[in-house]
Design a protein around this ligand. Sequence first.
Ligand SMILES: N[C@@H](CC=O)C(=O)O
Length: 316
Amino acid sequence: MQPLTVAQLRGTWASVLLPIGTDDAIDMARLERALDQMLGSGLHGIYTNGTAGEFHTLSDAEYDALHELVAGRCTDAGMAYQLGAGHPSGQLSLSRIRRAAALRPGAIQVVLPDWLPLRDDEAVDALARMAEVAGDVPLVLYNPPYAKTQVGPELFARLAERVPGLTGIKVPGGDQHWYARMAAALGDRLAVFVAGHTLASGRRLGAAGSYSNVACLNPAGAVRWYRLMDDDPEAALDLESRLRRFLDRHIAPLAAAGYSDPALDKTLAAVGGWAPIGTRLRWPYRWLDESEVPGLRRVARRVVPELFEEPPACGA
Ligand SMILES: N[C@@H](CC=O)C(=O)O
C-alpha cells in the first residue's frame, strides 16, 4: 500500500491478536478466522506486533509467516495495514524493519532499543537509523508506559524534526495539560494515537486515533463508536465514561493482580466473543481462565450495549 502521511494516519486500528494452542504455538487456522472478522468490520486499519500481539515472543520464522499472511490478506481485502517491527534489541529491530518494509505496509511501528534507557541523542540516533532502513515506509514510534526510555513532548518534537520519516506516535495519552504540552511542542507534525477507551475525549483534544483496546473488545463496535464521535459527540462521551467504568471496575483489578497487557487485551477479545482467539498467552505469561469470561461479558453487554449490537460469533 501507499505510505501513510501524517494527515492520513487516523482512526481506529485493531491489533492482530495471536490465538495460542496448548503447545504454545500460534494457531494459524484460528488466526485466519480472526482476520476474516477484522477485515469485514470497517476498521481504518489493522496492525501487528504491538504488546497485545505478543511481539516480544516471536521467533524470526514466526515473525515472517505472520507478516506475509497479514500483508497478503489486507492487500487482497483493500484494508490498510501497519506492521510492527519492535524488538528490545535495536540491532534485531533493524532486521525486522527491513523485512517489514519489503511487505509495503502503510507504516512500520517501532520501539526504541529497550534493555538500557537511552539519552536523548541516542534516541534520535536510534530512530534516524531505523527510518533509514525503512526507506520510504514511514515510522510510528510506540512508547508505552513500560518502555525503558520514556519520551516526553520535547523529545517527540526533536525526533519529529530530526527524523522526517516519523509520522506518528502510539502513547497512552493524558489529561488536557498533556494534550496542551503535546500541541505546543509538536503542532501537527505527528499523528498522535492514544489509548482506545479515551478516544472520544482524546479526539476533542487533538488525538488522531487509536491502536485500540476497544477494537480488541469488538472491532465493529469500536468503529461504530468512532463514527458516533463525529455524529453525536455527547453520546460518544457518555459511552466513554461507561466504558471507563467497566474497565476500572472489572479489568483494572486484573492488572493490579499482575496480569500483563496482552492478558487484558485477550480477555477483552474473549468478552467480545467475535473470533476464536482465546485468552491463552505464550510462555511464560499467565492468562485469565476462560471460565471468567461469561460473567465479564454479561457486565460489558449491560454497561456498553452499543459495542455489542451483533451477536457474538463464538462462545467462551
Ligand atoms: N497497547 C496495545 C493496544 C491495544 O490494546 C498494543 O499492544 O498494541
